[in-house]
Design a protein around this ligand. Structure first.
Ligand code: SAM
Ligand code: SF4
Length: 469
Protein backbone atom coordinates (compact mmCIF):
# COMPACT_ATOMS: atom_id res chain seq x y z
CA UNK A 1 0.00 0.00 0.00
CA UNK A 2 1.37 3.46 -0.81
CA UNK A 3 1.89 6.05 1.89
CA UNK A 4 -1.01 8.09 0.49
CA UNK A 5 -3.36 5.06 0.58
CA UNK A 6 -2.21 4.31 4.09
CA UNK A 7 -2.87 7.81 5.35
CA UNK A 8 -6.33 7.80 3.77
CA UNK A 9 -7.22 4.86 6.02
CA UNK A 10 -6.08 6.60 9.20
CA UNK A 11 -8.56 7.54 11.87
CA UNK A 12 -8.38 11.21 12.75
CA UNK A 13 -9.32 11.30 16.42
CA UNK A 14 -8.32 14.93 16.94
CA UNK A 15 -11.16 17.41 16.73
CA UNK A 16 -9.55 20.87 16.78
CA UNK A 17 -12.75 22.78 17.52
CA UNK A 18 -13.64 20.58 20.47
CA UNK A 19 -10.15 20.74 21.98
CA UNK A 20 -9.77 24.48 21.30
CA UNK A 21 -13.00 25.21 23.12
CA UNK A 22 -12.08 22.95 26.06
CA UNK A 23 -8.63 24.55 26.24
CA UNK A 24 -10.16 28.03 26.31
CA UNK A 25 -12.28 27.37 29.41
CA UNK A 26 -11.27 29.60 32.28
CA UNK A 27 -14.24 29.28 34.61
CA UNK A 28 -12.96 27.42 37.66
CA UNK A 29 -15.25 24.81 39.11
CA UNK A 30 -13.75 23.57 42.38
CA UNK A 31 -16.24 20.70 42.70
CA UNK A 32 -15.38 19.33 39.26
CA UNK A 33 -11.67 19.81 39.91
CA UNK A 34 -11.92 17.80 43.12
CA UNK A 35 -13.99 15.11 41.39
CA UNK A 36 -11.35 14.82 38.69
CA UNK A 37 -8.58 14.58 41.31
CA UNK A 38 -10.51 11.90 43.19
CA UNK A 39 -10.90 9.93 39.99
CA UNK A 40 -7.14 9.96 39.28
CA UNK A 41 -6.41 8.98 42.86
CA UNK A 42 -8.77 6.04 42.34
CA UNK A 43 -6.44 5.05 39.50
CA UNK A 44 -8.73 6.00 36.66
CA UNK A 45 -7.63 8.00 33.65
CA UNK A 46 -9.48 11.25 32.98
CA UNK A 47 -11.37 12.20 29.85
CA UNK A 48 -10.85 15.50 28.05
CA UNK A 49 -13.69 17.28 29.87
CA UNK A 50 -12.25 16.33 33.25
CA UNK A 51 -8.75 17.31 32.14
CA UNK A 52 -10.14 20.64 30.92
CA UNK A 53 -11.53 21.28 34.40
CA UNK A 54 -7.98 20.97 35.77
CA UNK A 55 -6.55 23.12 32.98
CA UNK A 56 -9.00 25.91 33.79
CA UNK A 57 -7.62 26.33 37.30
CA UNK A 58 -5.93 29.69 37.93
CA UNK A 59 -6.32 30.25 41.68
CA UNK A 60 -3.35 29.42 43.85
CA UNK A 61 -5.17 27.25 46.39
CA UNK A 62 -6.82 25.01 43.88
CA UNK A 63 -3.61 24.77 41.92
CA UNK A 64 -1.83 23.63 45.04
CA UNK A 65 -4.44 20.86 45.40
CA UNK A 66 -3.54 19.70 41.89
CA UNK A 67 0.19 19.78 42.67
CA UNK A 68 -0.31 17.95 45.93
CA UNK A 69 -2.42 15.26 44.23
CA UNK A 70 0.26 14.75 41.55
CA UNK A 71 2.95 14.48 44.26
CA UNK A 72 0.84 11.99 46.19
CA UNK A 73 0.15 9.86 43.15
CA UNK A 74 3.86 9.73 42.40
CA UNK A 75 4.80 9.00 46.02
CA UNK A 76 2.06 6.50 46.87
CA UNK A 77 1.80 4.65 43.61
CA UNK A 78 5.18 4.78 41.92
CA UNK A 79 7.40 5.46 44.91
CA UNK A 80 10.78 7.12 44.63
CA UNK A 81 12.34 5.29 41.67
CA UNK A 82 13.57 7.22 38.65
CA UNK A 83 14.63 5.25 35.59
CA UNK A 84 17.82 6.52 33.92
CA UNK A 85 18.58 6.48 30.21
CA UNK A 86 20.62 8.33 27.58
CA UNK A 87 19.86 9.37 24.02
CA UNK A 88 22.25 8.31 21.27
CA UNK A 89 21.95 10.20 17.98
CA UNK A 90 22.75 7.78 15.16
CA UNK A 91 22.26 10.08 12.18
CA UNK A 92 21.03 13.58 11.42
CA UNK A 93 20.44 13.53 7.66
CA UNK A 94 16.88 14.58 7.12
CA UNK A 95 14.49 15.05 4.21
CA UNK A 96 12.01 17.06 6.27
CA UNK A 97 11.97 20.75 6.94
CA UNK A 98 10.47 21.14 10.40
CA UNK A 99 10.84 24.82 11.26
CA UNK A 100 11.94 24.25 14.85
CA UNK A 101 14.73 21.78 14.14
CA UNK A 102 18.40 22.34 13.31
CA UNK A 103 18.45 19.09 11.30
CA UNK A 104 15.93 20.35 8.76
CA UNK A 105 17.00 19.89 5.19
CA UNK A 106 17.11 23.56 4.21
CA UNK A 107 19.82 24.33 6.77
CA UNK A 108 22.90 23.83 4.63
CA UNK A 109 25.43 24.66 7.33
CA UNK A 110 24.33 21.93 9.76
CA UNK A 111 27.12 19.37 10.10
CA UNK A 112 25.62 16.04 8.90
CA UNK A 113 26.71 12.62 9.91
CA UNK A 114 25.59 9.02 10.36
CA UNK A 115 27.62 6.92 12.75
CA UNK A 116 29.30 3.91 11.19
CA UNK A 117 29.52 0.59 13.08
CA UNK A 118 32.86 1.49 14.56
CA UNK A 119 31.60 4.87 15.76
CA UNK A 120 28.50 3.25 17.23
CA UNK A 121 30.76 0.90 19.15
CA UNK A 122 32.88 3.79 20.47
CA UNK A 123 29.82 5.77 21.57
CA UNK A 124 28.24 2.77 23.26
CA UNK A 125 31.47 1.93 25.06
CA UNK A 126 31.62 5.49 26.37
CA UNK A 127 27.99 5.23 27.51
CA UNK A 128 28.65 1.89 29.18
CA UNK A 129 31.69 3.40 30.90
CA UNK A 130 29.39 6.03 32.39
CA UNK A 131 27.11 3.24 33.68
CA UNK A 132 24.25 3.33 31.18
CA UNK A 133 22.08 0.28 30.55
CA UNK A 134 19.18 1.88 28.64
CA UNK A 135 19.46 3.97 25.49
CA UNK A 136 17.15 5.67 23.07
CA UNK A 137 18.51 5.80 19.53
CA UNK A 138 17.54 8.90 17.57
CA UNK A 139 17.46 9.33 13.78
CA UNK A 140 16.50 12.02 11.27
CA UNK A 141 14.20 10.91 8.47
CA UNK A 142 16.16 9.88 5.40
CA UNK A 143 16.15 7.13 2.75
CA UNK A 144 19.36 5.81 4.37
CA UNK A 145 17.53 5.17 7.63
CA UNK A 146 15.49 2.19 6.48
CA UNK A 147 13.95 -0.24 8.98
CA UNK A 148 16.74 -2.68 8.07
CA UNK A 149 19.38 -0.03 8.82
CA UNK A 150 17.73 0.91 12.10
CA UNK A 151 17.45 -2.79 13.06
CA UNK A 152 21.14 -3.19 12.21
CA UNK A 153 22.16 -0.27 14.44
CA UNK A 154 20.05 -1.67 17.30
CA UNK A 155 21.82 -5.03 17.01
CA UNK A 156 25.19 -3.27 16.93
CA UNK A 157 24.36 -1.45 20.14
CA UNK A 158 23.29 -4.65 21.91
CA UNK A 159 26.49 -6.39 20.82
CA UNK A 160 28.84 -3.95 22.58
CA UNK A 161 30.20 -5.26 25.90
CA UNK A 162 32.86 -3.51 27.90
CA UNK A 163 33.81 -4.85 31.32
CA UNK A 164 30.53 -5.21 33.17
CA UNK A 165 28.99 -2.80 30.68
CA UNK A 166 26.14 -3.79 28.41
CA UNK A 167 23.07 -2.11 26.99
CA UNK A 168 20.02 -4.05 28.07
CA UNK A 169 17.29 -2.02 26.46
CA UNK A 170 17.24 0.04 23.28
CA UNK A 171 14.32 2.35 22.56
CA UNK A 172 13.81 4.22 19.29
CA UNK A 173 12.85 7.75 18.30
CA UNK A 174 12.55 7.83 14.53
CA UNK A 175 10.13 8.64 11.76
CA UNK A 176 6.87 6.70 11.56
CA UNK A 177 7.07 3.49 9.52
CA UNK A 178 4.71 1.20 7.71
CA UNK A 179 3.69 -2.07 9.36
CA UNK A 180 6.41 -4.10 7.65
CA UNK A 181 9.01 -1.64 8.90
CA UNK A 182 7.87 -1.90 12.51
CA UNK A 183 8.07 -5.70 12.32
CA UNK A 184 11.69 -5.47 11.15
CA UNK A 185 12.77 -3.19 14.00
CA UNK A 186 10.75 -5.16 16.52
CA UNK A 187 12.68 -8.29 15.52
CA UNK A 188 15.90 -6.53 16.49
CA UNK A 189 14.62 -6.40 20.08
CA UNK A 190 13.58 -2.79 20.52
CA UNK A 191 11.82 -1.54 23.65
CA UNK A 192 9.64 1.53 23.16
CA UNK A 193 9.01 3.11 19.75
CA UNK A 194 8.59 6.83 20.32
CA UNK A 195 6.98 9.27 17.91
CA UNK A 196 6.13 12.82 18.94
CA UNK A 197 3.20 14.37 17.13
CA UNK A 198 4.93 17.75 17.73
CA UNK A 199 1.61 19.62 17.57
CA UNK A 200 -1.75 17.90 17.35
CA UNK A 201 -3.45 21.01 15.99
CA UNK A 202 -3.98 20.57 12.25
CA UNK A 203 -3.37 24.21 11.24
CA UNK A 204 -0.31 24.64 13.43
CA UNK A 205 1.03 21.30 12.16
CA UNK A 206 0.81 22.62 8.61
CA UNK A 207 2.65 25.78 9.57
CA UNK A 208 5.68 23.94 10.95
CA UNK A 209 5.83 20.98 8.55
CA UNK A 210 5.74 21.99 4.89
CA UNK A 211 3.20 19.90 2.96
CA UNK A 212 5.74 18.91 0.33
CA UNK A 213 7.74 16.92 2.92
CA UNK A 214 7.11 13.42 4.30
CA UNK A 215 6.38 14.79 7.70
CA UNK A 216 3.87 17.21 6.19
CA UNK A 217 1.33 14.35 6.15
CA UNK A 218 -0.45 14.91 9.47
CA UNK A 219 -2.58 11.78 9.32
CA UNK A 220 0.26 9.45 8.45
CA UNK A 221 2.10 10.66 11.55
CA UNK A 222 -0.97 10.61 13.81
CA UNK A 223 -1.54 7.01 12.75
CA UNK A 224 2.14 6.10 13.22
CA UNK A 225 1.77 4.41 16.58
CA UNK A 226 -1.51 2.72 15.61
CA UNK A 227 0.40 0.98 12.82
CA UNK A 228 3.13 0.12 15.32
CA UNK A 229 0.58 -1.63 17.56
CA UNK A 230 -0.94 -3.40 14.58
CA UNK A 231 2.51 -4.67 13.63
CA UNK A 232 3.08 -6.07 17.12
CA UNK A 233 5.01 -3.18 18.74
CA UNK A 234 2.78 -2.74 21.76
CA UNK A 235 5.24 -0.55 23.61
CA UNK A 236 4.95 2.98 22.27
CA UNK A 237 5.68 6.52 23.44
CA UNK A 238 3.65 9.60 22.55
CA UNK A 239 4.70 13.23 22.88
CA UNK A 240 4.14 16.82 21.87
CA UNK A 241 6.70 19.55 21.36
CA UNK A 242 5.52 22.38 23.58
CA UNK A 243 5.85 25.88 22.12
CA UNK A 244 4.23 25.30 18.73
CA UNK A 245 0.62 25.77 19.83
CA UNK A 246 -1.48 26.31 22.97
CA UNK A 247 -0.09 23.98 25.63
CA UNK A 248 -3.55 23.25 27.03
CA UNK A 249 -4.67 21.99 23.63
CA UNK A 250 -1.67 19.65 23.41
CA UNK A 251 -2.33 18.19 26.86
CA UNK A 252 -5.94 17.49 25.89
CA UNK A 253 -4.81 15.98 22.59
CA UNK A 254 -2.41 13.62 24.36
CA UNK A 255 -5.24 12.54 26.65
CA UNK A 256 -7.28 11.87 23.51
CA UNK A 257 -4.42 9.94 21.91
CA UNK A 258 -3.98 7.76 25.00
CA UNK A 259 -7.67 6.99 25.14
CA UNK A 260 -7.72 6.16 21.45
CA UNK A 261 -4.91 3.61 21.85
CA UNK A 262 -6.45 2.25 25.03
CA UNK A 263 -9.87 1.77 23.43
CA UNK A 264 -8.46 0.18 20.34
CA UNK A 265 -5.69 -2.01 21.76
CA UNK A 266 -6.59 -2.34 25.43
CA UNK A 267 -3.31 -0.69 26.38
CA UNK A 268 -2.37 2.98 26.38
CA UNK A 269 1.06 4.40 25.58
CA UNK A 270 3.96 3.23 27.71
CA UNK A 271 5.37 6.73 27.99
CA UNK A 272 4.51 10.33 27.34
CA UNK A 273 7.11 13.03 26.59
CA UNK A 274 6.52 16.74 26.92
CA UNK A 275 9.62 18.50 25.55
CA UNK A 276 9.63 22.28 25.48
CA UNK A 277 11.15 23.87 22.44
CA UNK A 278 14.81 24.85 22.89
CA UNK A 279 17.01 27.33 21.08
CA UNK A 280 18.49 25.68 18.01
CA UNK A 281 20.86 26.64 15.23
CA UNK A 282 19.03 28.53 12.46
CA UNK A 283 15.73 28.48 14.32
CA UNK A 284 13.74 31.59 15.07
CA UNK A 285 10.30 30.96 16.46
CA UNK A 286 7.42 33.13 17.40
CA UNK A 287 7.28 33.44 21.22
CA UNK A 288 3.50 33.34 21.32
CA UNK A 289 3.08 29.75 22.44
CA UNK A 290 6.25 29.34 24.48
CA UNK A 291 5.44 27.69 27.79
CA UNK A 292 6.55 29.54 30.93
CA UNK A 293 8.09 27.64 33.83
CA UNK A 294 4.93 28.11 35.88
CA UNK A 295 2.76 26.71 33.12
CA UNK A 296 5.22 23.88 32.61
CA UNK A 297 4.73 22.80 36.22
CA UNK A 298 0.95 22.79 35.76
CA UNK A 299 1.31 20.87 32.53
CA UNK A 300 3.36 18.11 34.15
CA UNK A 301 1.10 17.79 37.18
CA UNK A 302 -2.09 17.74 35.08
CA UNK A 303 -0.67 15.17 32.66
CA UNK A 304 0.23 13.00 35.65
CA UNK A 305 -3.34 13.11 36.92
CA UNK A 306 -4.97 12.68 33.50
CA UNK A 307 -3.05 9.62 32.31
CA UNK A 308 -1.95 8.13 35.58
CA UNK A 309 -0.79 4.75 34.19
CA UNK A 310 1.68 6.24 31.68
CA UNK A 311 5.39 6.73 32.31
CA UNK A 312 6.52 10.35 32.11
CA UNK A 313 9.84 11.29 30.52
CA UNK A 314 11.59 14.53 31.43
CA UNK A 315 14.64 15.24 29.29
CA UNK A 316 17.85 17.24 29.60
CA UNK A 317 16.26 19.95 27.45
CA UNK A 318 15.23 21.32 30.86
CA UNK A 319 17.64 22.94 33.31
CA UNK A 320 18.68 21.16 36.52
CA UNK A 321 16.49 23.55 38.55
CA UNK A 322 13.34 22.80 36.57
CA UNK A 323 14.09 19.09 36.54
CA UNK A 324 14.43 19.14 40.31
CA UNK A 325 11.15 20.97 40.72
CA UNK A 326 8.89 19.00 38.41
CA UNK A 327 10.30 15.57 39.15
CA UNK A 328 8.08 15.22 42.20
CA UNK A 329 4.92 15.65 40.12
CA UNK A 330 5.23 12.18 38.70
CA UNK A 331 8.21 11.94 36.39
CA UNK A 332 9.36 8.35 36.00
CA UNK A 333 12.31 8.59 33.59
CA UNK A 334 15.11 11.10 33.00
CA UNK A 335 18.21 11.10 30.83
CA UNK A 336 21.59 11.73 32.42
CA UNK A 337 25.05 12.65 31.16
CA UNK A 338 23.35 13.58 27.89
CA UNK A 339 25.26 14.63 24.75
CA UNK A 340 23.26 15.16 21.61
CA UNK A 341 25.88 16.11 19.05
CA UNK A 342 26.77 13.23 16.74
CA UNK A 343 29.55 11.15 18.34
CA UNK A 344 29.35 13.51 21.34
CA UNK A 345 30.00 10.90 24.05
CA UNK A 346 33.64 10.67 23.05
CA UNK A 347 34.18 14.45 22.95
CA UNK A 348 34.59 16.80 25.83
CA UNK A 349 34.00 20.01 23.91
CA UNK A 350 31.12 22.33 24.83
CA UNK A 351 27.83 22.13 22.90
CA UNK A 352 28.22 23.29 19.28
CA UNK A 353 24.85 24.39 18.01
CA UNK A 354 25.47 23.71 14.32
CA UNK A 355 26.16 20.06 15.14
CA UNK A 356 23.14 19.55 17.37
CA UNK A 357 19.42 19.41 17.01
CA UNK A 358 18.93 21.96 19.79
CA UNK A 359 20.76 23.12 22.90
CA UNK A 360 20.26 21.21 26.12
CA UNK A 361 19.62 22.72 29.54
CA UNK A 362 21.16 20.04 31.76
CA UNK A 363 24.76 19.32 30.80
CA UNK A 364 25.76 17.67 34.09
CA UNK A 365 27.56 14.33 34.11
CA UNK A 366 25.80 11.08 34.91
CA UNK A 367 27.57 10.86 38.29
CA UNK A 368 26.53 14.40 39.29
CA UNK A 369 22.90 13.78 38.39
CA UNK A 370 22.80 10.45 40.18
CA UNK A 371 24.43 11.93 43.26
CA UNK A 372 21.79 14.63 43.40
CA UNK A 373 18.96 12.13 42.96
CA UNK A 374 20.34 10.00 45.79
CA UNK A 375 20.76 13.06 48.02
CA UNK A 376 17.12 13.91 47.39
CA UNK A 377 15.98 10.40 48.33
CA UNK A 378 15.27 9.04 44.82
CA UNK A 379 16.39 5.57 43.75
CA UNK A 380 17.99 5.82 40.31
CA UNK A 381 17.05 2.61 38.51
CA UNK A 382 18.55 0.93 35.47
CA UNK A 383 16.03 -1.88 35.56
CA UNK A 384 15.15 -3.56 32.26
CA UNK A 385 13.60 -6.65 33.76
CA UNK A 386 9.99 -6.45 32.55
CA UNK A 387 11.03 -5.96 28.97
CA UNK A 388 13.42 -8.91 29.08
CA UNK A 389 10.93 -11.14 30.90
CA UNK A 390 8.29 -10.33 28.28
CA UNK A 391 6.20 -8.41 30.83
CA UNK A 392 5.05 -5.75 28.37
CA UNK A 393 2.77 -3.01 29.58
CA UNK A 394 4.88 -2.76 32.71
CA UNK A 395 4.01 0.83 33.39
CA UNK A 396 0.37 -0.16 33.44
CA UNK A 397 1.08 -3.15 35.69
CA UNK A 398 3.09 -1.01 38.07
CA UNK A 399 0.10 1.18 38.41
CA UNK A 400 -2.70 -1.32 38.34
CA UNK A 401 -1.46 -4.53 39.96
CA UNK A 402 -1.29 -4.32 43.75
CA UNK A 403 2.14 -5.27 45.04
CA UNK A 404 3.81 -5.23 41.61
CA UNK A 405 6.26 -2.48 42.56
CA UNK A 406 7.28 -4.17 45.81
CA UNK A 407 7.67 -7.51 44.11
CA UNK A 408 9.65 -6.43 41.05
CA UNK A 409 10.46 -2.76 40.67
CA UNK A 410 11.97 -1.91 44.06
CA UNK A 411 14.32 -4.90 44.30
CA UNK A 412 15.37 -4.51 40.66
CA UNK A 413 16.00 -0.80 41.15
CA UNK A 414 18.20 -1.52 44.18
CA UNK A 415 20.13 -4.28 42.39
CA UNK A 416 20.83 -2.15 39.32
CA UNK A 417 21.76 0.79 41.52
CA UNK A 418 24.20 -1.43 43.41
CA UNK A 419 25.80 -2.42 40.09
CA UNK A 420 26.17 1.25 39.18
CA UNK A 421 27.69 2.13 42.54
CA UNK A 422 30.22 -0.68 42.37
CA UNK A 423 31.24 -0.28 38.75
CA UNK A 424 30.93 3.38 37.85
CA UNK A 425 30.17 5.77 40.71
CA UNK A 426 32.58 8.25 42.27
CA UNK A 427 33.49 7.54 45.91
CA UNK A 428 31.17 10.26 47.12
CA UNK A 429 28.20 9.02 45.11
CA UNK A 430 28.90 5.43 46.14
CA UNK A 431 28.86 6.35 49.82
CA UNK A 432 25.54 8.18 49.54
CA UNK A 433 24.08 5.38 47.42
CA UNK A 434 25.07 2.60 49.79
CA UNK A 435 23.38 4.43 52.65
CA UNK A 436 20.22 4.81 50.59
CA UNK A 437 20.21 1.09 49.74
CA UNK A 438 20.50 0.26 53.45
CA UNK A 439 17.63 2.59 54.30
CA UNK A 440 15.46 1.11 51.56
CA UNK A 441 16.28 -2.43 52.69
CA UNK A 442 15.22 -1.62 56.23
CA UNK A 443 11.75 -0.76 55.09
CA UNK A 444 11.43 -3.48 52.46
CA UNK A 445 9.18 -6.11 53.97
CA UNK A 446 8.16 -8.16 50.95
CA UNK A 447 8.72 -11.97 50.89
CA UNK A 448 11.40 -11.27 48.28
CA UNK A 449 13.52 -9.59 50.97
CA UNK A 450 15.84 -12.54 51.67
CA UNK A 451 16.39 -13.15 47.98
CA UNK A 452 17.12 -9.48 47.47
CA UNK A 453 19.70 -9.44 50.26
CA UNK A 454 21.27 -12.59 48.80
CA UNK A 455 21.42 -11.04 45.31
CA UNK A 456 22.87 -7.78 46.59
CA UNK A 457 25.51 -9.83 48.33
CA UNK A 458 26.29 -11.84 45.19
CA UNK A 459 26.62 -8.57 43.28
CA UNK A 460 28.99 -7.09 45.84
CA UNK A 461 31.10 -10.01 46.94
CA UNK A 462 30.89 -12.55 44.10
CA UNK A 463 31.07 -9.89 41.40
CA UNK A 464 27.89 -11.27 39.79
CA UNK A 465 25.79 -8.98 37.60
CA UNK A 466 22.35 -8.79 36.08
CA UNK A 467 20.47 -10.59 38.84
CA UNK A 468 16.85 -9.59 38.63
CA UNK A 469 13.30 -10.44 39.65
N1 SAM B 1 13.31 12.80 12.97
C1 SAM B 1 12.38 12.03 13.72
C2 SAM B 1 11.08 12.77 13.93
O1 SAM B 1 11.05 13.94 13.68
O2 SAM B 1 10.16 12.12 14.37
C3 SAM B 1 13.03 11.68 15.02
C4 SAM B 1 12.92 12.61 16.08
S1 SAM B 1 13.78 14.09 16.24
C5 SAM B 1 15.42 13.70 15.90
C6 SAM B 1 13.46 14.13 18.00
C7 SAM B 1 12.47 15.13 18.51
O3 SAM B 1 13.19 16.29 18.85
C8 SAM B 1 11.41 15.64 17.56
O4 SAM B 1 10.31 14.76 17.50
C9 SAM B 1 11.06 16.98 18.17
O5 SAM B 1 9.95 16.91 19.02
C10 SAM B 1 12.28 17.34 19.01
N2 SAM B 1 12.88 18.62 18.62
C11 SAM B 1 13.18 19.06 17.40
N3 SAM B 1 13.64 20.33 17.45
C12 SAM B 1 13.63 20.71 18.75
C13 SAM B 1 13.97 21.92 19.46
N4 SAM B 1 14.40 23.00 18.84
N5 SAM B 1 13.83 21.93 20.80
C14 SAM B 1 13.38 20.85 21.46
N6 SAM B 1 13.05 19.69 20.86
C15 SAM B 1 13.15 19.61 19.51
FE1 SF4 C 1 14.05 15.95 10.60
FE2 SF4 C 1 12.95 15.10 12.90
FE3 SF4 C 1 14.29 17.43 12.74
FE4 SF4 C 1 11.96 17.23 11.57
S1 SF4 C 1 12.34 17.02 13.81
S2 SF4 C 1 13.79 18.14 10.65
S3 SF4 C 1 12.00 15.14 10.90
S4 SF4 C 1 15.12 15.40 12.50
Amino acid sequence: MTKRELSEKCVDFINDDKLDSLAAKTAEDPARVRDAIAKSMAKEPLDTTETAALLAVRSEDLLEEIFEAARKLKRDVYGNRIVIFAPLYIGNFCVNDCKYCAFRRSLRETVRKSLDDNEIRQQVEALEDAGHKRLILVYGEHPDYTPEYIAHTVREVYSVRKGHGEIRRVNINAAPMDREGYKIVKDAGIGTYQIFMETYNHEAYKKFHPTNTHKGDYLYRLDGLTRAYEAGCDDVGIGALFGLYDWRFEVLAMVEHSRFLMDRFGCGPHTVSFPRIRPAHGVQLDERYMVSDDDFKKLVAILRLSIPYTGMILTARETPEIRREVMEFGVSQIDAGTRIELAGYTKDTPQKLNEEQFSIGDTRSMDEILRELLQNGYIPSFCTSCYRQGRTGEQFMEFAIPGFIERFCTPNALLTLEEYLLDYASDETRAIGEKLIQRELERYEHPNRDKLIENLDKTKTDNQRDLYF
